[in-house]
Design a protein around this ligand. Sequence first.
Ligand code: GDP
Length: 294
Amino acid sequence: LTKTRSAFEKLEDLVRRYKRIDEEFYEELEEILISADVGVSTVMELVDELRSEARKRKIENAHDLQPILSEKLVNLLQDKDEDTSLNVEDGRLNIILFVGVNGVGKTTTIGKMAHMFKSRGKKVLLAAGDTFRAGAIDQLEVWGERVGVEVVKQQQGSDPAAVIYDSIHTARAREADVLLCDTAGRLQNKVNLMEELAKIKRVIQREVPGAPHETLLVLDATTGQNALSQAKAFSQAAELSGIVLTKLDGTAKGGIVVAIRNELNVPVKFVGLGEKMDDLQPFDAEQFVHALFA
Ligand code: GDP
């Protein structure tokens, strides 16, 4: 989170410089949050609340206001008592569907998550449901080999729903615990995307009642506000249960986490912090905000 920190480092500096809070302080605060990609409407809401809180509690210096800002950010990021862990249970086949546009880190995230489950002793299977993009199947297989899990695939161009159907039956035969399903991310053609996702979901629901247990949207944090518009489009195409935000190691704009949460109300469940197998972490709002000010 070093880069995300550096954007917010200005916050620390701001708090240090303003012995007394005035209008200029709030303006600077707004600028910093907007430049960190928190999103204009979210920033306005946040700063307004902060202003009235300061007035109510008669807070005059920025140092005393900082814990309130931290608390508000944490609350924005996570409802109290919210469970951001994955809906995965022992004794059943757990199906996790991954959606998102090309290049965001979907395949990498599936690989990392396969590794995570495998190291917890789970039997994992991957479904190569992106039959559209050239190279998608091979790329998933590279991850399969790296992690040591089987990949169920068909030829490029085949029906993704058929691949998913196949993979469910293979998963049953292998007594797998977790099936991670890749899908194609064609946002250019929203109607196709919706139909394809709907068909995949129908197949999953028919074969495994109650599934998919998670539908995770993968977003690239470095694309800033673009990630937010992708999130809006995908939430119309599929009912999302969570977000994986990748490449947080490569951006100074981690504030997009706040914007996504505030505008879509879908929890960020995992963050990607690099290209390696171990670079996936459960998202922890308190830890995230703490790191911003630490
Ligand atoms: P897909 O097209 O969505 O499947 O994307 P890929 O999984 O192929 O990832 C695209 C690129 O982003 C690859 O070069 C990955 O190594 C890289 N990548 C994925 N996740 C992360 C991350 O958390 N941090 C960094 N720095 N790079 C990542």
